[in-house]
Write a protein that binds this ligand. Structure first.
Ligand SMILES: [Mg+2]
Length: 183
């Protein structure tokens, strides 16, 4: 049975403020107000995953341990347990390396769909850049944009409208309107 539902969340600009090639855990700044709605979504039985592109690893700007340390700081600052996300995918590839875990590749989403019997039609990929909803659509899932990261210009807004991708102020509004309202 493929009944399970999940939300795949981007990190930079979605869960925490977008800092250019973030390396220092002290610079992690969580986006306020999104914690409670996500906790409710999790209590409803949604699997929560985090999928983050970190090309800075391949570019040599920082290492895996820096990313782990920043992720840990984020969880601590939100007050979330280490297992808040069922799995985390850190995609280290540069944009030139195609077909691996770097979004918009849906490789991680497809693997999780198999592993956890997800129904892609009931899953979302949410983030601040077009590659986030694009990853969702590439996996047969829905995608949504949030305005907490990279600015969403008119071009992106019209692309989102054409493709039926909703745009929300933040993850809180996404969760309330797309998930909690219909429960
Ligand atoms: Mg982002």
């Amino acid at each position: 049975m493929t009944e399970n539902r999940a939300i795949f969340l981007d990190r930079d600009g979605t869960l925490i403020r977008d800092a250019h090639y973030l390396k220092d855990p002290a610079k992690v700044e969580i986006i306020p107000e999104i914690s409670r709605a996500l906790e409710k979504v999790r209590q409803l039985g949604y699997f929560l995953f985090m999928h983050t592109n970190q090309s800075g690893i391949t570019r040599g700007y920082y290492g895996w341990s820096d990313v782990f340390a920043c992720n840990k700081k984020m969880l601590q600052d939100f007050g979330w347990s280490e297992d808040f996300f069922t799995e985390v995918c850190i995609a280290p590839e540069s944009p030139e390396e195609k077909g691996r875990y770097r979004k918009p590749s849906p490789k991680f989403e497809n693997e999780m769909t198999k592993k956890f019997d997800l129904d892609p039609a009931k899953c979302w990929v949410v983030g601040d850049k077009w590659i986030d909803p694009q990853t969702g659509m590439n996996a047969g899932m829905r995608g949504a944009l949030v305005r907490t990261g990279k600015p969403i210009d008119e071009d992106l807004l019209s692309k989102a409208q054409i493709r039926g991708v909703p745009v929300y102020e933040d993850l809180n509004e996404f969760a309330e309107k797309e998930i909690l309202l219909s429960e």
